[in-house]
Design a protein around this ligand. Structure first.
Ligand code: CP
Length: 308
């Protein structure tokens, strides 16, 4: 049995297989409509979500399976003090696979020690969001036709943004990828990501405070939200909330084939008039999330012996 706790739990070849399976599902969804007949996915969401939870549920339904779960900690016995370990021990009696989001970093790993079925990390605090990263890789692959030879701008809250940390870790394993890290100093990528991931893999990166300076160089621009829920004080959040806003004017100097991504939800950081720009791919990206999660559910169930 294998879990999905971090993107690096998978080899590059396994990620390629997931991307190719998702691409095949997109091309011929009917072929997969009964693959998970009789199987159940539990979604245990201790933190709010729209895309991740609903795309997991849609993914399992489109594979012919069923879903159960909760969308907030208060509607589960976590509110009475039940531990994550006990919760998953119980839920693994009712479901064949579990997708779990939790505010505490490492909670899905703790869950994996107790679970009798595969655990998928659907986001744990500021740490990791591997299924968002798989979604991002599928989107980049579909838009660019490659995961190598790319200059990727990451913009916004690079300190607390778990999607950014996961994407950096995943892309470090490809050739000739350069990151341009665009953030105010207070929201820069944490030092451990720079030393343990970027420097350790020899990846080229630069840090800048203004997106206009680097826009013409970028193949992909990955915008992120300034996350109110991760700040210690409201004042600190208010100081940063409008730090970077992408609008049509800032895109004037960008490449004609730039891919604009955002894990969503968006608040102020991309103006709605950018949505009509053919380079805006963030809604496609959200749609891709369902297909890569279908591929992941099938793959983990197969590896665990629950599917042929
Ligand atoms: N991208 C993402 O994780 O969105 P949700 O918080 O809505 O799941």
């Amino acid at each position: 049995m294998r879990h999905c706790l971090d993107t690096t739990d998978f080899t590059v070849e396994e990620i390629d297989d997931l991307i190719h399976l998702a691409t095949d599902i997109i091309a011929d969804p009917k072929k997969y409509a009964h693959v998970c007949d009789g199987k159940k996915l539990a979604t245990l969401f201790f933190e709010p979500s729209t895309r991740t939870r609903l795309s997991f549920e849609a993914a399992m339904m489109e594979l012919g399976g069923n879903v159960l779960g909760f969308a907030e900690a208060n509607s589960s016995s976590a509110s009475k003090g039940e531990t994550v370990g006990d919760t998953v021990k119980i839920v693994s009696c009712y479901a064949d696979i579990i997708a779990m989001r939790h505010p505490l970093e490492g909670a899905p790993r703790v869950a994996s020690f107790k679970s009798d079925v595969p655990i998928i990390n659907a986001g744990d605090g500021g740490h990791s969001h591997p299924t968002q990263t798989l979604t991002d890789l599928l989107t980049i692959y579909r838009e660019k036709g490659r995961l190598n030879h790319l200059t990727i701008g990451l913009c916004g809250d690079l300190k607390f943004g778990r999607t950014v940390h996961s994407l950096i870790k995943a892309m470090c394993r490809y050739t000739d990828v350069e990151f341009v890290l665009i953030s105010p100093k207070e929201l820069a990528v944490p030092d451990y990501i720079k030393t343990d991931v970027l420097d350790a893999s020899g990846m080229k990166y630069t840090e800048v405070e203004h997106m206009e300076d680097v826009m013409p160089r970028l193949d992909v621009l990955y915008m992120t939200r300034i996350q109110r829920e991760r700040f210690f004080s409201e004042d600190e959040y208010l100081r940063h909330k409008d730090a970077f806003v992408l609008d049509p004017e800032k895109l004037e100097s960008a490449k004609s084939d730039l891919t604009i991504m955002h894990p969503l939800p968006r608040v102020h950081e991309i103006t709605v008039d950018v949505d009509d720009d053919p380079r805006a791919k963030y809604f496609e990206q959200a749609k891709n999330g369902k297909y890569i999660r279908m591929a992941l559910i099938m793959t983990l169930l197969k590896w665990g012996g629950a599917l042929e």
